[in-house]
Design a protein around this ligand. Structure first.
Ligand code: SF4
Length: 375
């Protein structure tokens, strides 16, 4: 099983908290799509097996026009063996999802939409520099549902400065009322080199305290799981049968090919990243020399990846597999470091699988870093 990730490095405007590789100058979009299709041809032999998932991320893939998407799909079908039931996701911003645009998307081989809503509160949306309003977000989701998209994910953000529990509760209630199949929710992170980080450094905003963050995370879990969403990954909730197959394959260490500037790839032994520069990416592809950095993972790095990806999901870490892949030394190390968390009911073992307990999920970063190997 393999997946393809396609990075679309364009956004209409920049959100204050975002550090993804993206830009607001869309004049290079045609040249970018040409380069992307050329890159797919150059790298087609890297994924000889059947492609089970395709994910358009960004940036804002909903900035692409119909002719761009059609060209990309034609190219992918020419170069790869795509499963007839492949999960094909496109990330979209609510303000791009006009009647015409959604109608166009529904005519393409896209069966999952991931809509970047973040909040249903207009003041919060303004603070985050999102381009849409709460009303636009609600209408966009309903429009997509009316056009037959049954598999819709929305993103929500919590832990914003001045966000109250009441507002967060209202956001969760609104998300549930939309009856989408999947919800991803992340705490605001102050990434360096973002405007939000500068505001923080200048003392113009005050981050929420740890207690508030924990309360909001608990509200998220309680509210969504009581409305038949399954908490299958630290930040992801889905109705039965709607787990993101693409993201699940990242967490299960499967191979994927990343196309476009700044896109990551993984072949089981090596991780690589395309150059995070649109101009240099296009020039490189045009000259037939792909600009990318590759890092070979050694044994301890692969072990650490297994800890990080395994423990963050409800499927947990298969201890027999850990032992087979890395031997007694790593298995012993993992169990020695896990013991205090097992004793404290923060980790549990069920049928040979090491899993975070509900309490453990709240301190998952600390547990995972304690289990990681340090050379
Ligand atoms: S729309 Fe998404 S990718 Fe673009 S700036 Fe905002 S958060 Fe970043």
């Amino acid at each position: 099983m393999a997946g393809i990730y396609i990075h679309i490095p364009f956004c209409k405007t920049r959100c204050t908290y975002c550090d993804f590789y993206t830009g607001t100058n869309e004049t290079q979009m045609d040249a970018f799509v040409d380069a992307l299709c050329t890159e797919a041809g150059i790298r087609k032999d890297e994924i000889p097996e059947r492609v089970e998932t395709i994910y358009f991320g960004g940036g804002t893939p909903s900035r692409l026009r119909q002719e761009h998407l059609e060209k990309i799909f034609d190219t992918l079908h020419n170069h790869f063996s795509i499963a007839p039931d492949a999960e094909i996701t496109v990330e979209a911003n609510p303000d791009d999802l006009s009647e015409e645009y959604v109608d166009m998307l529904s005519g393409l081989p896209i069966n999952r939409l991931s809509i970047g809503i973040q909040s249903f509160d207009d003041r919060e949306l303004k603070f985050l520099s999102r381009r849409h309003s709460a009303r636009q977000a609600i209408d966009a989701v309903k429009r997509c549902q009316q056009h037959g998209f049954g598999n819709i994910s929305i993103d929500l953000m919590y832990g914003l400065p001045q966000q109250t529990e009441e507002i967060w509760q209202q956001n969760l209630d609104q998300a549930i009322a939309l009856n989408v199949s999947h919800i991803s929710s992340y705490h605001l992170i102050y990434e360096e080199k973002t405007r939000m980080y500068s505001l923080l450094q200048a003392g113009r905003i005050t981050p929420v305290g740890e207690e508030v963050s924990t309360t909001m995370f608990a509200m998220l879990i309680n509210r969504l799981t009581s409305h038949s969403y399954i908490h299958y990954e630290i930040s992801a909730f889905a109705r039965e049968g709607y787990f993101s197959r693409h993201n699940s394959s990242y967490w299960k260490n499967r191979r994927y090919l990343g196309l476009g500037p700044a896109a990551h790839s993984f072949d089981g032994d090596n991780r690589s990243r395309n150059i995070p520069s649109l101009i240099r990416y296009i020039k490189g592809v045009e000259s037939g020399t792909l600009n990318r950095e590759t890092e070979h993972l050694n044994t301890s790095e692969k072990y650490n990846e297994m800890i990080l990806t395994g423990l963050r999901t409800m499927w947990g870490l298969d201890l027999a597999e850990l032992s087979t892949r890395f031997g007694d030394k790593y298995h012993r190390y993992c169990m020695q470091n896990a013991q205090k968390y097992l004793d404290g009911d923060l980790l549990k073992i069920e049928e040979g699988i090491l899993i975070l307990t509900r309490d453990g999920i709240f301190i998952s970063d600390g547990i995972m870093s304690d289990l990681m190997w340090i050379d």
